[in-house]
Design a protein around this ligand. Structure first.
Ligand SMILES: Cc1ncc(COP(=O)(O)O)c(C=O)c1O
Length: 374
């Protein structure tokens, strides 16, 4: 609980160690990408088991950078699940390509490959599995699908630090994998991200694209067109401390999730989302499904508990109205819509206590009993 009596949705786990690390960088006088960034990317690579990687300013730009490095652009289509954060699709638009929305699985809410198959056209160049809410897509199935279609895989692992499919970390299966270090992510640098890849050519393109079309700074001769998609050593220093805390953060999130599971068990009409088959769970949020998410969210808020809705289906986003098919043939996204109507994200962060979990479960129990009796 925070000082004002509210249980907040998000609370980054940062403290004195992070402050000291940032101060050391400021005092060193070298604040742009330098030794801390170089060390951070090496440590990240080792943690996730990636061959190559670069840092990026945030998860959305990590995705755009990854797509551009794969040669995706105008005239191309990328398959994106309908249930995800808007940034998964806006990154595709940033490259000039078109996101094609795909329904999700009814129980896991990860991309539905049968629907992806139906929506594949001759312009499809890539599929973007999004590892949602702290567990993983079936990457064996995604890889087989992409191989069969001859398309590339860009993993959106923005929420996926610590998440594995089998014994392999998410974000290392595809042609590229993209992560976010926004303040609500498992580890944070405030804003930040990184992109992994498997082959040297893609790595070279990632480096050129993120640093004004040159491999290294310090020259004004630019062999190709690139952008400034670098970060700062202050963020990297903060991220290195966070990475050292990752196993503690993961353990705590998993303990809190187990506490939620126990406290919510037996409450009428409540299902808690767990790990997908073959994957572990590092809960990004504690997701529950109820009959009427809007009513329960209203009740939680009235009890000073901050819920979040499930992701709003991308095909319904006002921002993407121009992508809709005029004849409506692209509007069958029953599972994404059901997820939005039924899903609620409960807080799960390192400032949350077991007492908070009991309080939240109690509020949910009261609401469900009342609504059942009504
Ligand atoms: C699934 C997913 N993709 C992409 C992003 C974008 O990351 P960022 O906010 O760092 O741009 C997010 C962030 O919440 C996300 O959850």
């Amino acid at each position: 609980m925070s000082g004002d009596g509210w249980i907040r949705q998000v609370s980054p786990y940062i403290g004195q160690e992070e402050a000291d690390a940032v101060r050391r960088v400021v005092e060193s006088g070298w604040i742009t990408e330098g030794p801390e960034s170089a060390a951070f990317v090496e440590e990240l690579k080792e943690y996730v088991g990636a061959r190559y990687a670069v840092l990026a300013p945030n998860g959305t730009l990590a995705l755009a950078l990854g797509l551009l490095a794969l040669g995706i652009g105008s005239g191309d289509e990328v398959l994106v699940p309908d249930t995800t954060f808007v940034g998964s699709a806006s990154a595709v638009l940033l490259t000039g390509a078109r996101p094609v929305f795909v329904d999700v699985e009814p129980t896991t809410f990860q991309i539905d490959l049968a629907d992806a198959e139906r929506r594949t056209t001759s312009a499809t160049r890539a599929v973007m599995p999004v590892h949602l809410y702290g567990t993983a897509c079936d990457m064996a199935a995604v890889s087989a699908f992409a191989d069969r279609k001859g398309i590339q895989v860009i993993e959106d692992a923005a929420q996926g630090m610590g998440v594995r499919f089998g014994d392999q970390h998410v974000g290392t299966f595809g042609d590229v994998g993209c992560f976010s270090f926004f303040a609500d992510k498992t580890i944070t640098t405030g804003e930040g991200g990184f992109v992994t890849c498997r082959d040297e050519k893609t790595y070279e393109r990632l480096r050129l694209l993120r640093n004004q079309g040159r491999m290294n700074s310090g020259t004004f001769i630019h062999p190709s067109v690139g952008f400034n998609l670098r970060i700062t050593d202050m963020q990297a220093a903060l991220g290195r401390v966070q990475l050292r805390k990752l196993s503690t953060i993961v353990e705590r999130k998993q303990e809190l999730h187990a506490a939620y599971r126990k406290a919510l068990s037996g409450i009428h009409g409540v299902r808690i989302l767990g790990a997908a088959e073959g994957a572990n769970l590092v809960p990004f949020r504690c997701v529950i499904l109820v009959d009427d998410a809007a009513a329960l969210m209203k009740h939680l808020t009235s009890c000073q508990i901050e819920p979040r809705s499930f992701f709003y289906p991308l095909h319904l986003q006002p921002a993407f109205a121009s992508l809709r098919d005029p004849d409506g043939s692209d509007r069958d996204f029953a599972n994404a819509v059901a997820g939005y109507e039924r899903g609620i994200c409960l807080p799960i962060h390192n400032s949350l206590t077991f007492d908070d979990v009991s309080r939240i479960a109690g509020v949910i129990r009261d609401h469900q009993e009342l609504s059942q009796g009504a």
